[in-house]
Design a binder for this molecule. Structure first.
Ligand code: MG
Length: 326
C-alpha cells in the first residue's frame, strides 16, 4: 500500500522528466503508452542497492541517478542497440528526504536526455536500503550482438581500459590510497561509467555480427558467459590487457582488478581473424585492444602468461603466479 506522501513524491519527481514523440502517454496513468515500432525491441533491467553496489558517501544523488541509467545503457550497447524508454523503481528508506530524490531525478533526467531515453514511468516502495531499479527498452536497426555466436578461431577484443572502476571503488572504500589526478580519474570511472553505445552500434554493422557482451562482472567472468553460451574455450593474453596509466600508477603490477574487478562497462567482442586493433579503434571511435582468441571448448579458459606459457584460469590461486608485469 502506498502512502499519500509517496504519490506526491513520484508525481513531483516525474514532472521534469524527458519524454517525446514515441511516448503516447507518459507518467501519471496505470501504464505508459508507447508508439508502436517496427524494429526488434531490446528489454533489460538492472538494480543498484545501497551497501551492495554503492555507498551514499561515494556519489552525489545526481551521480547516482545518472549511474543507474548508465549501467542499463551498457546492456543495450552490448546488443548493438539504441536505448529508447525506461521505467524506474525507487526503493526508499528512512532518512532520505524529498530534496535528495529531487537531485537524484535531476541526474537521471540529465542522463536520459543525453542518451535519448524517455523516462515514461516509475514506482516508489519502502525498502530497508536505498534501491534504484531501471528497466530499459531499446531497439536495434540491424543485427543483434549476441553472446552465443563466438567461434573457435575468433579474436577477442575489448574497448577502453580495464580495472579502473574496480580500483576507483577500492579507493573510495579506503582500501587503496591514491591522490590527485589518478584518484579523480579512477573514482570517476566507477562513479560515471560511459556506456559504449556508439561502438556497439558500429559493431552491429559488421558482417558477420560479432559475439559481444558488456564487461560488468569482470573480463574473465564475462568472457566466461560468452564461452558458455557459444560452447567454446578461450585464451587471454595477459600481456595484452589494456591498463590506463592511472591504473598502473596506483595498482602497479596488480592484474586481478583488470581481470575480475568488474563494473568496467566496456565491450568485449569476438571477430573472425584478420582485424587490426588500430583500424577498429578508428572505426569504433574508442581505443580497442586484442586480448586473446576463442578456441575449442575442451580447452576451457586459459591465460597466456608473460613468459608465453598457457595456464588454466581455474587452477590459479594467486595473481603472483601469473608472471606478468602489466
Ligand atoms: Mg550485460
Amino acid at each position: 500500500m502506498k502512502q499519500p506522501g509517496e504519490f506526491e513524491l513520484i508525481e513531483r519527481l516525474c514532472r521534469d522528466l524527458p519524454y517525446g514523440r514515441r511516448t503516447l502517454l507518459g507518467p501519471g496513468d496505470d501504464c505508459a503508452v508507447l508508439a508502436p515500432t517496427r524494429r526488434p525491441q531490446l528489454f533489460t533491467i538492472d538494480s543498484m542497492v545501497e551497501g551492495v553496489h554503492f555507498e551514499l558517501a561515494w556519489l552525489s544523488p545526481e551521480q547516482l541517478g545518472e549511474r543507474a541509467l548508465a549501467v542499463n545503457l551498457s546492456d543495450i550497447a552490448a546488443m548493438g542497440g539504441s536505448p529508447r524508454s525506461c521505467v524506474v523503481n525507487l526503493g526508499i528508506r528512512k532518512g532520505l528526504g524529498a530534496a535528495f530524490f529531487d537531485r537524484l531525478y535531476r541526474g537521471l533526467g540529465r542522463a536520459a536526455r543525453a542518451a535519448g531515453v524517455d523516462v515514461v514511468g516509475g514506482n516508489i516502495t519502502r525498502s530497508a536500503q536505498l534501491t534504484l531499479t531501471v528497466a530499459l527498452l531499446g531497439e536495434v536497426a540491424g543485427q543483434v550482438l549476441r553472446r552465443d555466436t563466438a567461434r573457435s578461431g575468433d579474436e577477442i577484443f575489448v574497448t577502453g581500459t580495464l580495472g579502473d572502476s574496480a580500483l576507483g571503488w577500492r579507493i573510495m572504500a579506503g582500501e587503496i590510497e591514491a591522490r590527485g589526478a589518478a584518484r579523480k580519474y579512477l573514482v570517476d570511472r566507477f562513479v560515471a561509467p560511459q556506456a559504449r553505445l556508439g561502438a556497439g552500434r558500429k559493431l552491429a554493422r559488421m558482417r558477420p555480427a560479432p559475439a559481444a557482451i558488456d564487461i560488468s562482472d569482470g573480463l574473465l567472468a564475462d568472457l566466461g558467459h560468452i564461452m558458455e553460451r557459444s560452447r567454446v574455450g578461450a585464451e587471454v593474453d595477459l600481456a595484452a590487457i589494456p591498463y590506463s596509466r592511472h591504473y598502473l600508477a596506483v595498482a602497479g603490477d596488480r592484474a586481478d582488478l583488470a581481470l575480475s574487478g568488474g563494473e568496467d562497462y566496456e565491450l568485449l567482442f569476438c571477430l573472425r581473424p584478420g582485424h587490426s586493433a588500430p583500424v577498429l579503434s578508428r572505426r569504433l571511435g574508442v581505443a580497442v585492444h586484442r586480448v586473446g582468441r576463442i578456441v575449442e571448448r575442451r580447452h576451457g579458459l586459459r591465460l597466456r602468461r608473460g613468459d608465453g606459457r598457457l595456464v588454466p584460469a581455474s587452477g590459479m590461486l594467486g595473481w603472483d603466479q601469473l608472471g606478468v608485469d602489466p
